[in-house]
Design a protein. Structure first.
Length: 253
């Protein structure tokens, strides 16, 4: 059963960002999907090796079969140990299985993971798997509120559910009649987009003076990250434009 707990991070702008933690159910679904993908890849590689190094080539080059076995084992080793780390590094904390299951690995601070976290958490996977069915990992996840396995403790990571498009939908009030500049939204991290959208979703419940001050602080932070001047217009309009451009891009879909 998936955990209903959430990871709550208080930003310097005094806005709480919540990430729903992924439990054992969704994480095992992701592992099962990834295992199927890996198994299919092993089969394809095995058939490819048999085709390339077997048959007539084996008669011409006697060592062909031995070389094919060695290469196959090396490739399997790299795929087994590198599959999770490479995908989680390149896909912002996701493997194909995690993407299909709707979960993602992030740092405990809410920021995206880097190479160090991706590699370190997966090196410990061999311990979490003991005795072959992730028994150690399951026991560890049951014993802590954040459903962290040993690899997560080592890397300082957690696994969270992806937010659905209709979850905590921001309130947009922008009706721009003038051309809107295109910002370099690729410079923003997922945590910064979450910060903007959390503010936009909750701003109607914030006292006016706090709302204005918070919007100004967030807009200053975002404009510095984007390397652009903060527009003289309303800060909330600026944040709305940035959020929409982020979501319209392929970066955070």
């Amino acid at each position: 059963m998936d955990s209903l707990d959430k990871l709550t991070i208080d930003t310097p702008e005094q806005i709480a960002i919540e990430f729903p933690l992924a439990g054992i159910g969704s994480r095992f679904l992701a592992i099962a999907l990834d295992s199927i993908i890996q198994t299919l890849a092993y089969i394809v590689l095995g058939l490819l090796a048999l085709f390339l190094f077997g048959g007539q080539l084996a008669h011409v080059w006697r060592a062909a079969w031995n070389w094919s076995q060695a290469i196959f084992i090396l490739v399997m080793f790299c795929m087994y140990w590198g599959y999770y780390a490479i995908f989680e590094t390149l896909w912002n904390g996701q493997t194909p299985g995690k993407r299909l299951a709707g979960i993602r690995v992030i740092k405990e601070t809410g920021r995206p993971i880097a190479v160090f976290e991706a590699v370190s958490r997966n090196l410990v996977r061999v311990i979490d798997q003991i005795p072959g069915v992730y028994a150690v990992g399951c026991i560890t996840m049951f014993l802590n509120k954040k459903s962290k396995r040993l690899g997560d403790f080592v890397a300082g990571t957690v696994v969270v559910h992806e937010k659905k498009e209709d979850a905590a939908e921001p309130f947009f009030n922008l009706q721009a009649a003038t051309p809107i500049p295109a910002y370099q939204v690729s410079k923003l991290s997922l945590i910064e987009l979450e910060l903007i959208e959390t503010f936009l979703a909750r701003r109607l419940d914030i006292p006016p003076e706090v709302r204005v001050a918070t919007a100004r602080r967030i807009a200053e932070r975002i404009s510095q990250k984007l390397g652009c001047e903060r527009p003289p217009s309303d800060d909330e309009d600026f944040l709305e434009v940035v959020a929409k451009q982020c979501r319209d891009s392929l970066l955070y879909r």
